[in-house]
Design a protein around this ligand. Structure first.
Ligand code: C2E
Ligand code: MG
Ligand code: MG
Ligand code: MG
Length: 287
């Protein structure tokens, strides 16, 4: 009987659905709404890159910035990347969005360089983008088009990329590294172990996920774990960055562990280009 009623409701169209509206329907609907809005976001120029500095823990020099995508939707307001990036990946929109991110980041690196602020700009690349292939080719094409030296560009990928398209990811990374683009493993420790890739590829950096940093002041276990990650990274000649540094106490501990770099609200939140430019002007840069 319920099935027959549902069937009737479906025949009547979307508006009849509310009789059966469950939480799941709500979710499906908001996902549907989000998707259609996301499809129009590029064209409506609703995306913007924010930038967050990475800081050398020994010298205080700024070693680079990470580009973080922001979506200011005219309908929904600001939507978090944790909400729309996974959706963009599922809907096959991440390739187009990812291309936009790379181009915008490279243009910004060129603008900073021309303004005398030569600094490395890093972008996040999704597993799906590696799956499509030709990530290295796209990067090379853009660096050539904008005449930017590879040392001013870097990419961050998560361990998942190795899970879904190991060979494509591996060859793209080798090619980028050969070219002089630095490559970091992001959110290290949260995904499936990629130690084998870390061991066999000459990666540049390992970024310890902020969930490991959060409690290092209070949790002896977390502190020892981070210490071990730093030691492991160094054993493989990798630079190690702590994500999510928020307090001077965390900074102090990380410095004592010999962690190379830090990133987090303690130094700066992700900021739009204009304010970050002002922020950079008062800091020593490491080129
Ligand atoms: P992620 O690459 O690991 O970026 C770090 C996230 O931590 C950012 O969140 C950043 O704003 C946040 N964060 C930085 N410092 C602190 C801190 O001290 N405390 C806390 N609690 N958080 C901090 P955001 O910007 O919301 O981005 C979330 C994730 O979305 C990113 O994680 C990345 O995986 C993804 N993402 C962002 N932009 C892009 C993009 O252009 N392309 C792709 N594929 N993914 C992106
Ligand atoms: Mg990142
Ligand atoms: Mg991360
Ligand atoms: Mg993350």
């Amino acid at each position: 009987c319920a099935d027959a009623a549902m069937h009737e409701a479906k025949k009547l169209g979307r508006n009849s659905y509310h009789f059966f509206s469950s939480e799941l329907d709500q979710q499906t609907r908001s996902r549907f709404q989000l998707t259609s809005l996301l499809q129009g976001a590029l064209e409506k120029q609703e995306f913007q890159l924010f930038y967050q500095p990475k800081v050398c823990l020994k010298t205080g020099q700024v070693t680079g910035v990470e580009a973080l995508l922001r979506w200011f939707s005219s309908e929904l307001g600001e939507v978090s990347p944790s909400d729309f990036i996974p959706l963009a990946e599922d809907m096959g929109l991440i390739d187009t969005i990812g291309d936009w991110v790379m181009e915008a980041a490279i243009q910004q690196a060129v603008a900073w360089k021309q303004a005398g602020l030569s600094i490395n700009v890093g972008v996040n690349v999704s597993a799906r983008q590696f799956q499509r292939g030709n990530v290295a080719g796209r990067v090379i094409g853009l660096l050539n088009r904008y005449a930017l030296e590879p040392q001013y560009f870097s990419i961050e990928l998560t361990e998942t990329s190795f899970m879904h398209s190991a060979e494509k990811t591996r060859s793209a990374i080798s090619e980028l590294l050969r070219l002089g683009v630095s490559v970091a493993i992001d959110d290290f420790g949260t995904g499936y172990s990629s130690l084998n890739y870390v061991r066999t590829l000459a990666l540049s950096q390992l970024k310890i996920d902020l969930s490991f940093i959060r409690n290092i002041e209070t949790s002896e276990k977390d502190r020892r774990l981070v210490e071990a990650m730093v030691a492991m990274a160094h054993a493989m000649d990798l630079e190690v960055i702590a994500e999510g540094v928020e307090t001077p106490q965390q900074l102090d501990l990380l410095q004592r562990m010999g962690c190379d770099q830090g990133q987090g609200y303690y130094f700066s939140r992700p900021q739009p280009e204009e304010t970050l430019t002002r922020w950079l002007q008062n800091r020593p840069l490491k080129c």
